[in-house]
Design a protein around this ligand. Structure first.
Ligand code: ATP
Length: 303
């Protein structure tokens, strides 16, 4: 059976370890050090970030040598455009994002940002150019203001506030007992899934990156806040190069290009309308999604 709605492992190294989404800063940095490839190598040139063109050139990769996860993947996201990746669970969608973040090097092929092969560049400079809105946002045991500022440490309070206004989380924060100073995390105020996504959006607004990766949440949110968050994400991705790891096909209908992955290869590509008329894997996933949506609606009505 096709599985389009299984939860995606959270995007990154950190988020995977922090499944409950609460981590301490020390723990985060310990995790970063554990990954050999994440370590900063002295002397590597920094990315000269431009308008954010992303190119994958015949990229192959496997976490273990014997088991390829990506096989000869090529695509280009022109500056400011949006590409969405869909496919069954395990087809390699999140792996594309991890490679773009330079968390792992490709076994073959090249990944270019603004014409520069990222394998030759300092990892931190690559990550500085990319904002990530993960499906599970890790928050620190610290103030909510610090958690937003984490998008760009050292920014001014008024910048934090305007990012929170843009992400529509400012009102919520002002209603907390100590506003931006309110402690969140294990011993602090609990933050809902939708609010965490808004905090991730506020971080990305602050960071103002040329490139945005959006790892879509599978379900977690009710449909009203889902709709609102979708609008905020649309605004955030305007004029930014955006890669969406999609789980619900309905949200990517407007993408400039949709890549359909199957067992590590791109098997179909095109606009939503082009892909439907192919009557292939995408068309089948689309039908399945609609059936699932109908079922969910029926279930909601009978509850
Ligand atoms: P999903 O929608 O379920 O998240 P996906 O298409 O994003 O799937 P990936 O997360 O890219 O798939 O994983 C592709 C394959 O690589 C899967 O078979 C997965 O089990 C494997 N994989 C992912 N991360 C690792 C890892 N850190 N070590 C070893 N194998 C991994």
């Amino acid at each position: 059976a096709l599985q389009v709605c299984l939860p995606l492992n959270a995007l990154g190294f950190v988020y995977r370890e922090a499944r409950d989404a609460w981590v301490n800063a020390e723990r985060l940095f310990a995790l970063l050090r554990e990954r050999p490839d994440v370590a900063e190598q002295a002397g590597l040139p920094r990315l000269r970030a431009g308008r954010g063109e992303v190119v994958f050139e015949q990229v192959s990769f496997g976490y273990e040598e014997a088991r390829p996860v990506l096989r000869g993947v090529s695509f280009r996201i022109p500056p400011g455009h949006t590409v969405a990746v869909v496919g069954r669970s395990g087809s390699g969608k999140s792996t594309l994002a991890r490679l773009l973040l330079r968390l792992y090097p490709p076994a073959q092929g090249r990944i270019l940002i603004d014409g520069q092969d990222i394998a030759t560049l300092s990892p931190s400079s690559v990550r500085a150019a990319i904002g990530v809105v993960p499906q599970d946002t890790a928050l620190f045991n610290d103030s909510i203001g610090y958690n937003v500022a984490y998008g760009r440490l050292g920014c001014r309070p008024d910048e934090i506030e305007s990012a929170c206004r843009a992400a529509h989380v400012h009102e919520l924060i002002m209603a907390l007992p100590e506003q931006y100073e309110t402690q969140v995390g294990e011993r602090g105020v609990k933050i809902s899934g939708g609010e965490k996504q808004r905090i991730a959006i506020a971080r990305a607004v602050l960071k103002d990156p040329a490139i945005l990766i959006f790892d879509e949440a599978t379900s977690a949110l009710d449909s009203d806040s889902e709709h609102a968050i979708q609008q905020e994400l649309d605004r955030l991705s305007e004029n930014r190069t955006t890669l969406i790891i999609a789980h619900r096909l309905s949200t990517i209908v407007g993408a400039d290009e949709i890549l359909v992955m199957d067992r590590g290869r791109i098997v179909e590509r095109g606009s939503h309308a082009q892909l439907l008329s192919l009557k292939g894997l995408y068309a089948r996933l689309w039908l399945l999604q609609q059936r699932l949506d109908e079922q969910t609606m029926l279930q909601r009505q009978t509850l």
